[in-house]
Design a binder for this molecule. Structure first.
Ligand code: UDP
Ligand code: MG
Length: 316
């Protein structure tokens, strides 16, 4: 029978954890008693260097029921790295993992359908939000345009899918081959391939605590998504560069003709505008290139993507 591991990244989730743990345990027990997953299945919490009591709660939970387990990262590394740490630790202990946020925004009941799809041969099952009712109008519209932008950049991504997904051991082993430090799992997982499926679910509001993704983190996550998966911005800048250069040649020819005809007007504003225009473009180009050079710099270091400080299963 299949062993299932829930992988839940947690950062300062002391308020949500007891509620989430109860809901997941209930779900896992019903799956076990229905004979869908084995008794060795677990709920694995990954503490992403929380400053509050998150780790203490995880330790307490694991003492209270054998189904709970946890790992603690040595410091805060961000959602994506925490999730990867959990998935990579779980992959040798189980047949399937289901990753999910700690705030119960994703509907736990969709899990049954996830497993059904896995039994029908899917190695990866994406949870897809059926609507964005619970989001603010701002988040909804920025998310939509962001997905469109990603698509234009040639990034293959599942629309309205966050990190609620099932992955088989086979898919995880393939994911482990991707050594990148700049992580954007939503864009990376589709590159793994295999048979996939989508399951629709309704996303709820966060019950307790606040979003750990303030606007600043969201923007850097969005930039990460593009620059870690696409080199199109560089090409686009090159294209603009060529275009601007062509315009300047046309202008040069035109000015030359005007000068030949003898009525050249001292073009103060033209010069000033072009200096600013081209200066701006150059800065933009340097910025974009710098972004990628920064990425190369980080990748070339081959730093570990996470460091596990404690593993409740290994210390037992
Ligand atoms: N998270 C994490 N490390 C971080 C930030 C967030 O592990 O540095 C976890 C967080 O505990 C939650 C998940 O990532 O389980 C998603 O975060 P959140 O629900 O705050 O994001 P939102 O749903 O608002 O986008
Ligand atoms: Mg959330």
């Amino acid at each position: 029978m299949n062993t299932l591991y829930f992988v839940i990244p947690c950062y300062n989730e002391e308020e949500m954890l007891p509620i989430t743990a109860r809901a997941l345990l209930e779900k896992l027990n019903s799956l076990i008693s229905a004979g869908k997953v084995s008794k060795r299945s677990r709920i694995m919490f990954v503490d992403d260097g929380s400053q509050d009591k998150t780790w203490e709660i995880i330790e307490k939970l694991s003492g209270s029921a054998p189904e709970f387990t946890g790992i603690k990262l040595s410091r805060n590394r961000g959602h994506q790295n925490a999730l990867l740490a959990g998935l990579m630790s779980a992959k040798d202990r189980c047949d399937i993992t289901i990753s999910m946020d700690a705030d119960l925004q994703d509907d736990v009941d969709a899990v049954d359908e996830f497993i059904e799809n896995y039994e029908n041969g899917a190695e990866i099952v994406y949870g897809v939000r059926s609507s964005r009712k619970t989001d603010s109008a701002f988040k909804r519209s920025t998310a939509r345009s962001y997905y469109k932008l990603l698509e234009k950049m040639g990034v293959e991504i599942t629309y309205d899918h966050a990190d609620y997904r099932l992955m088989s051991r086979r898919a995880l082993n393939a994911l482990a081959e991707f050594n990148e430090v700049n992580l954007f799992l939503r864009g990376l997982v589709p590159m793994v391939g295999f048979k996939t499926a989508c399951v629709k679910y309704e996303r709820h509001e966060r019950e307790k605590g606040e979003s750990k993704y303030p606007l600043k983190k969201m923007i850097s996550f969005a930039i990460e998504g593009i620059t870690s998966l696409s080199v199109k911005p560089i090409r686009f800048i090159t294209f603009i560069g060529v275009f601007v250069f062509l315009i300047s040649i046309v202008l040069l020819i035109r000015f030359f003709i005007v000068w030949c005809m003898g009525d050249a007007v001292p073009g103060w504003s033209t010069i000033v505008i072009s200096i600013w225009g081209i200066g701006g473009l150059q800065l933009l180009a340097i910025g974009v290139i710098g972004e990628y050079i920064g990425k190369i710099y980080l990748e070339s270091k081959q730093r570990p993507r996470f460091i596990i400080e404690k593993d409740l299963e290994k210390s037992n």
